[in-house]
Every structure is written in C-alpha cells, then in structure tokens.
Design a protein around this ligand. Structure first.
Ligand SMILES: Cc1cc2nc3c(=O)[nH]c(=O)nc-3n(C[C@H](O)[C@H](O)[C@H](O)COP(=O)(O)OP(=O)(O)OC[C@H]3O[C@@H](n4cnc5c(N)ncnc54)[C@H](O)[C@@H]3O)c2cc1C
Length: 483
C-alpha cells in the first residue's frame, strides 16, 4: 500500500512537494486553512480586477521548469511565462530614472549616464556574481546541517562565495556612486533584509535579474500556484481547503495531525506553514531568538484609466536610503520617507483588469511586529499620501481621483491570514547566521518523519528557492523510505 503523506499548507512550497510526492506514488493529502491554494501568492478579485497580493517577480525560471520535468511534464503546458522588457525602472528621489532593459547593452548606456565607467564595472560585477551563482546553485537542492561544517569543502566554499562580506560591500567594490550600489542591492529588501546585513552571496539574485531576465506568467502570478495545484491533482494528491491544522503531536512513535474533527496519522508529515509559527503554535515548542525579515504595508488599487510612465516593475528610492534601512531594521520604526515598489502587471497583461484600466500594487517595506517601537496605524495615511505624491509627480496624474477599488494589507494581516510570525512578510531573515547550515533544516531533529518546506527553512525564501526546497524534502522522504 502507498505510504501516506500529510502536508500542512498549500503555499507554493506545499503544492510543489505534493506534486512531487504524488508523482512518486505516495498517497498525498494537503490541509490548508484558507479557502484556496497559494498562501502568500494569493489573488484578490474585485470588480473585474485580478490583483496578485504577494510575489510579482518571476526569477530563475529553470527552477520552475524543474518541478514540472520532475513529474514528467512540461512547464509550458501549464504556464505561459514571458520575459518582460524593460525589466524594471528605478526612480531616485531627485527624479533621475534608471531603466534596466532586457538588452544589457541598453542597460549599460543607462549606467554610464549615472556613473561614467560603470558599464565596464557592470561586466565585472556580473562575472563575479555569475561565479558565485555557479557555486551556490547546487547548494539550493541540498539540505546542509551543522555536521556539514566539519567538511573542509564547505570551509573553502565560504571564502569563495564571500560569506563574510555583505551584499552592499560587494556592490561597492564595483560601483562608486550610492545610486548604483543601491540599484545593485535593492533585491535584499525583497528578501526582507538590509543589503548591509545580507551576505554577498545573495547577489546571485541581482545576477539572475540581469542575466536570466525577469518573467511574468500571463494571467497573473496566481497562475503559478494554480499550475502546481493542477500538477499535484493530476497525480492524485487530495487537497482540503478551509481545513486548518490545530496541532501536531507525537505519540506511540507516530505523529497525529488534528485538523478540525479529523485526526490523521500519516507515515510522513511535511509542514509548509511558517516555520516559527509551526514550532510555537502547532508543536508547542520554545524557539530560539530568531531574526525576522521586515514586514510590508501593501495598497492594492484598481484604477479607472491607464497611467503613463510606469513600467511593469518600478522602484522608488528614498532620499536617504541609509536612514530608511536603519528605521526599518535597527530602530524598528515606520520609515519617515520610505522606499517603495510599484507593480503594474497590466502593462504586460491587460487581461488582469477591465479594458482600459490599470492595476497598481504598492509595497512599502516597514518594520515587523517583533518588539516594534512604532504603530503603522499612526502613519498609514501619511505614507499613502507620500507614495501617491511621488507617483502623481512622475505620471502627472491625481491617483485619488482615479481609484475605482482600493484594498490595504497590513503587517497584522500576515499573521491573521497566513499565520506568519510577527507579520514578517518574508519569514526568517536572510542574514549570515540564518543562511545555509544555520537556517532551519528541512527535517525535524527530534521527530522522525516530520519535514519542513517553505520560506523560513532551507534553502530560503522566494518562489524559485521554495520550489527547490520541495525537491530537497521529496528526496529526503524517498531516502528515508529506502533506508
Ligand atoms: C508581498 C510579497 C511580495 C513578494 N515578492 C516576491 C517576488 O516578487 N518574487 C518571489 O520569488 N517571491 C516573492 N515573495 C516571497 C514568496 O511569496 C514566498 O517566499 C513564498 O510564496 C512562500 O511560500 P511558502 O510555501 O513558503 O509559504 P506560504 O505561501 O506562506 O504558504 C503556507 C501556507 O500554509 C497555510 N497555513 C498556515 N497555518 C496553517 C495551519 N495551521 N493549517 C493549515 N494551513 C496552514 C497558510 O495559509 C499558507 O497557505 C513575496 C512575498 C510577499 C508576501
């Protein structure tokens, strides 16, 4: 008889694990507390606007392809991924705009305008990050433990991937101006950590942005969990929605999962729910003093008409980025003049809004709720106005007059909707002491047959990396079965 696997959570990590294990012949059942799949990759629908609530950048498409080929399928039969151009726009506080194009030659012309000589430096930076990417990539499919630290290979690797240097320091080796250093490290913010704290090896994200380019799934980001759900169902996985798991307990050598009135005793359990929440709330354990990523304040807008001048992805940088980062990560304050991100998916994919209308998704990084020294509710209208003013100034519009629908999502909503500890949007922070060996492993050290997949475990957060984590878990379970 097929071994039974229970998966707690139908985020991208849970769905990808379900698809792999169902394909491998396991009897897979998923328990998700929300009414639909996707987790942080959720969809909000209102008045014909289809607004993706979470991720918006598709990077490292080969990681997406891998899960489909693992199951003997082809990604293109499930997702229509298109490379977008321009990749993104950076709008500095003095009004200068840097456009990053699909064509690196055009990007280099932009860089030269901001810092003479930067085109050559860009080539060197890309060569260095390509080298690091080559070393890091295989690690993303491996669960490494403290025991691995004893191996000389990993000691040598730490030096080669510049583990003790920060993302910012790496960029500074190549670019003189703060403007370009920020342009080549802002991705750290989207892992919820400051570029001053993120290790240099996370620059592989900048590398993939520039070299592998950025894609968009036609029909919106929500097509990604839908595609994984379809894949999992094709191989017989059973998905239960509106089905929260209340506890995971160990007794008589087996785990018992309580989901409403049901008690399930599977052979293997994979938890996709946030790692810190799982430890405290489902397993009733004490957790170490983890560091958490920042949170985010999100404003989702459906506009009556289309805007000019914005690209699909836009980053507005604060006047004083240093202060902005300190306020979020050190002082735990709501930033005075925040940097923010604007997603306009309707630039590439008009099908997401009624004809002639636009979607604007505004993401403002703020401190998480752990020992926060501030309260967003005191600042939310000020921040909304500040952000709107900057967009109005660039686009020559009055956003308030254009709004047809508006929804807001606060740090507390990450707890209420997804059970994310302290509303830390991206889960556990990606600093050195919580990366690789130091990040929670994909298996439980004390309870046999309990596994973890998702943003706060190895190899880390972000859609492609979480999908790689699902491969690690599937491999671990198969090895366990074989042993
Ligand atoms: C605003 C935002 C922007 C982002 N931007 C990007 C981006 O551009 N590109 C990118 O690659 N990544 C991005 N990310 C990160 C990416 O979305 C996440 O890393 C990824 O979606 C995490 O997936 P997961 O499977 O780990 O967890 P989740 O999506 O959190 O899924 C966990 C699931 O577990 C469920 N659950 C929790 N508790 C229980 C319980 N007790 N019982 C049953 N179910 C439970 C939750 O409801 C949820 O569905 C972004 C994230 C956010 C929030």
């Amino acid at each position: 008889m097929a071994k039974k696997v229970a998966i707690v959570g139908a985020g991208v990590g849970g769905l990808a694990t379900a698809a792999r294990l169902a394909h491998d012949g396991y009897d897979v059942e998923v328990f998700e507390r929300l009414p639909a799949c996707g987790g942080r990759n959720s969809l909000l629908e209102d008045s014909g606007f289809k607004i993706d609530m979470g991720p918006s950048f598709v990077m490292m498409p080969d990681f997406f392809e891998e899960v489909f080929s693992y199951c003997g399928e082809s990604l293109k039969d499930y997702l229509d991924l298109r490379v977008i151009d321009p990749s993104y726009k950076i709008i500095y506080s003095d009004g200068e705009v840097l456009t990053v194009h699909q064509d690196s030659q055009r990007t280099k012309e932009e860089l030269e305008r901001i810092e003479p000589g930067a085109a050559k430096q860009f080539d060197k930076f890309i060569r260095e990050t390509a080298r690091i990417y080559g070393l890091i990539r295989p690690l993303l499919y491996r669960c490494v433990t403290y025991r691995s630290l004893l191996h000389p290979y990993y000691w040598a690797l730490a030096g080669k991937i510049r583990a003790l240097e920060s993302y910012w320091q790496l960029a500074r080796r190549y670019f003189k101006s703060d403007k370009l250093c920020y342009a080549f490290t802002f991705e750290a913010m989207f892992m919820g950590v400051s570029p001053y704290q993120a290790p240099a090896f996370y620059s592989v994200i900048t590398y993939t942005d520039h070299v592998q380019k950025i894609a968009h799934p036609m029909g919106g980001m929500y097509q990604i969990p839908l595609a994984l759900e379809k894949l999992a169902k094709k191989f017989g996985a059973k998905l239960n929605y509106n089905c929260p798991v209340d506890s995971i307990t160990e007794g008589c050598g087996r785990l018992a999962i309580k989901a409403g009135s049901r008690i399930i005793e599977p052979d293997y359990t994979v938890v996709n729910a946030d790692y810190a929440y799982t430890q405290t709330d489902l397993l009733k354990r004490k957790i170490p003093e983890f560091k958490y990523s920042c949170s985010t304040y999100l404003i989702y807008l459906g506009l009556k008409k289309k805007l000019d001048k914005l690209a699909h992805h836009n980053l507005f940088f604060s006047k004083d980025l240093n202060k902005n980062l300190d306020q979020i990560f050190k002082d735990k304050l709501i930033p005075e003049d925040p940097s923010f991100y604007v997603h306009v998916p309707t630039v590439t994919d008009p099908s997401l809004a009624p004809p002639g209308k636009d979607i604007l998704y505004l993401l403002i990084p703020v401190s998480n709720l752990r020992k926060s020294s501030d309260d967003l509710s005191k600042h939310e209208e000020r921040i909304r106005k500040l952000v709107f003013d900057k967009i109005n100034c660039l686009c020559g519009c009055n956003l308030d007059e254009l709004i047809e629908v508006e929804h807001r999502f606060y740090p507390q909503d990450f707890i209420g909707r997804y059970n994310i500890k302290y509303g830390a949007t991206f889960g556990l922070a990606h600093n050195l002491t919580q990366s690789a060996f130091f990040r929670p492993a994909n298996f439980d050290a004390k309870i046999k047959n309990l596994y973890y997949v998702g943003a706060s475990t190895q190899p880390g957060g972000g859609l492609p990396v979480v999908i790689a984590g699902s491969r690690i878990v599937a491999d671990l379970i198969k090895q366990r079965k074989a042993s």
